[in-house]
Design a protein around this ligand. Structure first.
Ligand code: ME8
Length: 513
């Protein structure tokens, strides 16, 4: 029986164009999805767009387009960004789709039936940019002395009839859940912040709006539309055809991993579990918040004009260099800076040199000295065994790293093996063995091909295109690329294709000045 693995990205707002920050969380989720597929699990990977709410409505107005037409266009752009980044989603949900509206309304009804919703009037602060209600005590002083949200977003005083969710009633149950499930929230910093926020006391949450109508109607009271976060969070269920428990996709609940940015940890770690508890639905297994990217040391913003479209980076550096860089640069969960210099450095040192050169040296020796035919595997020396053992533990080691979303540590584990291979090739010097001991040369090259096969197999989730090419050059067929296939050595005698460089060095064009 294969194990279900359900991984999600946030659904992105369609008020603006996709950028490198969106690509980041999607790539991370993609690595998890691909890893689990290669491990033989039954994977469902969801992404999509969040299309309702006042923020989107205003963006559409500013563009002079009806909200739905506006959402259609931007949603398409998010999908094309996902495709350009090789995000292997199984479904792309849009909150304006009938299946989502049905699911969100069913969830609302369930929560209401369980008496966790009541009608009242909201009076308080709202930050449109964050689509978030804030308590007076949370506000801070802005640059001009005015009150702003803790995120720096402007706030406005809102007063309108509203349905409320009895969030306050879930405080103790939430804390008990965090306590009993230590892996539920990550990384540690986010978990600490959430627990301390919940301990300070939770106020009931306004979950409907009446001052605009670009949203999902509240069942039974069409003067209200759902608060965009109630609507949005429901996507994780509506994509599984909730409330139809007999739908084939229903097997994927509870979600294995929600990946989000740290900006939206509160919504996922507090509101979402509370809504689910109120509806009597099992909670997701894990929620992990990634850190924040700046660009050349600055916050990305339209006004600074430094918003990076990941597709431009891919054009210039190639997809896998970009994917690799984003997940390599800083331990996953921490904040990071996108600097051209450091991207080029990582490409040249780690990809072109450490890995690309290793493959090129090995495969060109096989081509030149073994007639392009894979040598048989024969008896191994202690050094050979030691190196191959390093490779053999990678699947298990990486699985446990990815289980805690340590995406960068998992890459570092592979790089340790790559460095060991480089030390091995330098020490064994197979190029010098051609004359002195051709049999040993064959053995050394065979060990290196086997090690590279393990490395390339395990790196597929991170760099799908270039590892596909590397595996082909190593003579590994499409059928031999699952992790489990590593247990069966390749038969000797296979003819390998002529080797070609996989990671070119990037040379910055000379400054014309
Ligand atoms: O919040 N660094 O959508 P959103 C890292 N619709 N990650 C970044 C980033 C950056 N600079 N900028 C964006 C929403 N992200 C809601 C979500 S889910 C039910 C609803 C990523 O378009 C990060 O994952 O504002 C962040 O949480 C998400 O994009 C916010 O996307």
């Amino acid at each position: 029986m294969t194990r279900p693995f359900y991984v999600t990205t946030p659904i992105y707002y369609v008020n603006g164009a996709p950028h490198i920050g969106h690509a980041y969380t999607s790539i991370a989720a993609d690595v998890l999805a691909r890893f689990h597929r290669l491990a033989g699990d039954d994977v469902f990977f969801l992404t999509g767009t969040d299309e309702h709410g006042q923020k989107v409505e205003q963006a559409a107005q500013a563009a002079g387009v009806a909200p739905k037409a506006f959402a259609d266009k931007v949603s398409d752009d998010f999908r094309s960004m996902a495709d350009a980044m090789a995000i292997s989603y199984d479904d792309f949900i849009r909150t304006t789709e009938p299946r989502h509206i049905k699911g969100a309304q069913a969830l609302w009804q369930k929560v209401a039936e369980n008496d966790a919703i009541y009608l009242g009037a909201y009076e308080g602060w709202y930050a449109l940019r964050d689509e978030c209600f804030y308590g007076e005590d949370e506000l801070i002083e802005g640059p001009d002395g005015q009150k702003v949200a803790p995120t720096g977003a402007p706030v406005e005083w809102v007063k309108e009839p509203s349905y409320f969710f009895r969030l306050s009633a879930f405080q103790d149950r939430l804390l008990a859940h965090y306590e009993a499930n230590p892996d539920f929230l990550g990384p540690h910093g986010m978990k600490r912040e959430i627990i301390s926020f919940v301990k300070q006391g939770l106020r009931d949450l306004s979950i409907s709006r009446t001052s605009f109508n670009w949203g999902i109607p509240v069942p039974g009271d069409e003067a209200h539309v759902m608060y965009v976060w109630f609507d949005a969070l429901a996507n994780y269920l509506s994509a599984l055809d909730y409330p139809d428990a007999s739908a084939p996709r229903a097997r994927f609940w509870p979600a294995s991993q929600h990946l989000v940015g740290k900006d939206i940890a509160r919504f996922h770690a507090i509101y979402w579990p509370a809504f689910l508890m109120a509806a009597g639905i099992e909670l997701p297994k894990k929620i992990f918040a990634n850190g924040w990217w700046t660009v050349e040391g600055q916050k990305m913003s339209k006004s600074l004009g430094n918003v990076v479209d990941p597709r431009d980076l891919v054009q210039e550096f190639g997809l896998d260099t970009v994917r690799f860089f984003l997940l390599r640069e800083v331990p996953f969960g921490g904040d990071s800076d996108l600097s051209r210099k450091s991207l080029i450095m990582r490409n040249n040192v780690e990809l072109a040199n450490d890995l690309g050169n290793l493959a090129q040296r090995t495969l060109s020796l096989v081509a030149r000295n073994c007639g392009g035919v894979l040598p048989e595997r024969r008896t191994l020396t202690e050094e050979d065994t030691q190196l191959l053992n390093h490779v053999a533990v990678l699947p298990e080691l990486m699985a446990s790293q990815l289980d805690r979303c340590a995406l960068t540590d998992a890459l570092e584990d592979v790089w340790k093996v790559i460095r060991a291979c480089n030390a091995y090739i330098d020490h064994q010097a197979p190029w010098a063995l051609k004359k002195t001991d051709p049999e040993r040369m064959n053995d050394v090259l065979r060990v290196l091909v086997d090690a590279l096969r393990g490395i390339a197999t395990m790196l597929q989730p991170y760099m799908p295109q270039s590892m596909d090419r590397m595996l082909t050059q190593l003579g590994v067929t499409e059928e031999e690329r699952m992790f489990a296939a590593l247990e069966t050595p390749l038969p000797g005698g296979r003819v390998l294709p002529a080797p070609q460089g996989i990671f070119p060095r990037y040379v910055e064009a000379a400054d014309p000045a």
